[in-house]
Design a protein around this ligand. Sequence first.
Ligand code: DX5
Ligand code: ZN
Length: 215
Amino acid sequence: MIKVAPSILSANPLILENEVKKVEEAGADYIHIDVMDGHYVPNITYGPNIIKYLKKITNITLDVHLMITPVKHNLKSFIDAGSDIISFHPEADNESEEIIKMIKNSDCKCGIAIHPKIDVRDIMKYLPLVDMVIIMTVTPGFGGQKFMEEQTTKISEIKKIKNENNFNFEIEVDGGINNITSKLCIEKGAEVLVAGSYIFNHPVDEYKKLIKSLK
Ligand code: DX5
Ligand code: ZN
């Protein structure tokens, strides 16, 4: 069963509570929260406070995608805020093993995200340790970008490694997901699909239909 994680990057921040409740009612499995620091990526979004308040209004899994560098310096505040899954980009910090340990020693699941410029072989050593692997199909930083189809070979590669080794992580694909690109990802082994603009750039009464069209 495919899971859908709406990314609130494309939601209206002034009515965020309502947006989250609406996608939850519409069948969302996770809420994907894109944390950007204006440094690892050119854009700036939110800090741990948003997670703390989302935690008070929903029980849905908060899937936090850190696009920050360094990572460890700010990690504890994202754990303490109530994140359920924290993913980070290993090349953004030279203490990735320590970061994975810190996350896993808390109540939180740990993921790594693969930037389009990073090869699977460069993150291989983390695969036995993590609960989620995010394959990026856009350059991190902005919603609404074009899907990079060539990145989907990484989905098959990761799926193969997962099956051969009986690893437990979920395979999430992030960027440019719509009802067409979702099919390509599912065929290759995607298990969780992040979708921002495809959902939130449409009227609220279409959320249910849109989420269903991805599964
Ligand atoms: C991009 C973010 C994505 C983004 C996806 O840096 O990691 O999660 O919100 O947005 P869409 O679905 O519009 O490509
Ligand atoms: Zn993301």
